[in-house]
Ligand binder design. Sequence first.
Ligand code: GSH
Length: 206
Amino acid sequence: MSLILYGRMLSPFVRRVAIWCRLQNRAYESRPLMVNGPDFEELKKINPLGRVPVLIAEDGEMMIETGAITDWLDDTAPEALRLVPATGPARREVLQGVAYANSAVEKGVSLVYDKNRRPAELHWAEWIARLEGQISAALAVLEAKAPAEGWLGGNRPNAADVAFVIAHDFILAVHPHLIEGKFPRLAAMAAMAADVEAFKATAPAA
Ligand SMILES: N[C@@H](CCC(=O)N[C@@H](CS)C(=O)NCC(=O)O)C(=O)O
């Protein structure tokens, strides 16, 4: 049995797992259930919380939480295919990059609910401004960390590269006013990634 990944690629968390699998040459079956709407009941039969991503391992074990899933993927991959350095400052730097990128997407998801999904009369302007400020601050950190050219990981994308591109593409898809024209290095990374199969095949609209 191959891996099974639940969730849609518009979810930046699901996409991180999908790209990680592809960069490690792992086959997976995609089950693009939506967390809202009629799929919710079916999803709760898999994960009692009704959240994605969910990854089912080859032996049938069910796993949740992006960080825990990608930790397992790296732990069980040959060393040459790991996306996070094993130890030391290089590991800390990569994981901190992932942390800032993940913060951008967490706040981006919150903003989807607070601004795009809530009825206008329930909008809380101060909270929306706070979320927008946090997303912009996280993107500014990514821009400062982004390489002038190529990947942070050298000749192949590492976990931080993956997370940076996902953050760029997700915020561009759902809150374009916060990113368009503002972060040239991030935009260049995303443009480079768009030619790489793992990123291309998981583009948010796919
Ligand atoms: N910390 C979780 C976040 C996962 C998450 O928020 N997923 C969203 C989809 S983008 C979801 O399932 N939302 C529905 C919910 O949380 O009830 C992870 O990294 O896996």
